[in-house]
Design a protein around this ligand. Structure first.
Ligand code: SF4
Length: 247
């Protein structure tokens, strides 16, 4: 089915979701690329489960812009993994998004804002850089899945956010399906997964998890109510830091 991009984003998202809600992730990515072409981006953390979506995307086009939030607080292993995985998959357009120097100078000159205000820290290191990068795109893909729980249990395959179309190609997949896909295609795991990290973020806010039955994201922002970084929450330009949403 062809789509008229002059339709309002909510209408377009609803139509695409109706068509794709039970589709295979590769079908979803192909439709996203076919519909939006060079106005489509993919956001990846190059974290614990990122290789699957990146491999699927590379089957559609190796030129899809991949937006990587380099917060300045990532594990060195994540930066190494970003380079090696992108090279292995042949991805040609991985863009490293960094916080604005002015924001750091004013709000986090000692790089310790995470100790006192994690929402503000995520805002300048994740939300604002991604907002700036997405200005040139009409649609983007995320790696979120329903099995991560919380608000993600109700995740749509295609949704509208701030006037843009957001695809969640892996929304329907289980952990077992992800693992099976990674094994079938011999995708390299993030090196810290073997050290007990089921989910990877910034080093100050990510801990290993001993309990195999714990939530996948149990190691993120431990001891806080915060469970998400805020990049998926609809907001007005210049809005205050918020909770909710992550890659
Ligand atoms: Fe800052 Fe932690 Fe958010 Fe990273 S995850 S941007 S260190 S608060």
């Amino acid at each position: 089915m062809a789509y008229d991009q002059t339709d309002a984003a909510p209408t377009l998202a609803a139509r695409l979701d109706a068509e794709l809600r039970d589709a295979h992730p590769l079908t979803i990515l192909r439709k996203a690329y076919e519909t939006f072409g060079d106005k489509l981006a993919l956001v990846s953390s190059f974290g614990a489960e990122s290789a699957v979506l990146l491999h699927l995307a590379s089957q559609v086009s190796k030129d899809i812009p991949v937006l990587f939030l380099d917060t300045g607080m990532l594990f060195g292993q994540t930066l190494d993994y970003r380079k090696s995985l992108a090279a292995q998959l042949g991805l040609t357009d991985v863009r490293d998004l960094r916080p604005a120097f002015a924001d750091l100078a004013v709000q986090d000159p000692k790089s310790d804002l995470w100790r006192t205000d994690t929402d503000a820290c995520c805002h300048i290191r994740k939300v604002l850089p991604l907002d700036r990068a997405l200005e040139g795109f009409t649609a983007w893909c995320t790696g979120r899945k329903r099995f991560h729980g919380g608000d993600r249990l109700r995740l749509a395959v295609v949704e509208e956010a701030d006037g843009q179309i957001k695809f969640n190609p892996l929304a329907n997949w289980s952990k077992a399906e992800l693992d099976a896909y990674a094994a079938e295609h011999q995708l390299p795991a993030h090196p810290l997964v073997a050290q007990g990290f089921p989910s990877l973020g910034c080093w100050p806010c990510t801990k290993p998890v001993d309990d195999p039955n714990a939530d996948v994201r149990a190691g993120r922002w431990q001891g806080q109510d915060k469970t998400e970084c805020g990049i998926h929450v609809a907001r007005a330009p210049g809005a205050a830091p918020n909770m909710g949403g992550d890659i």
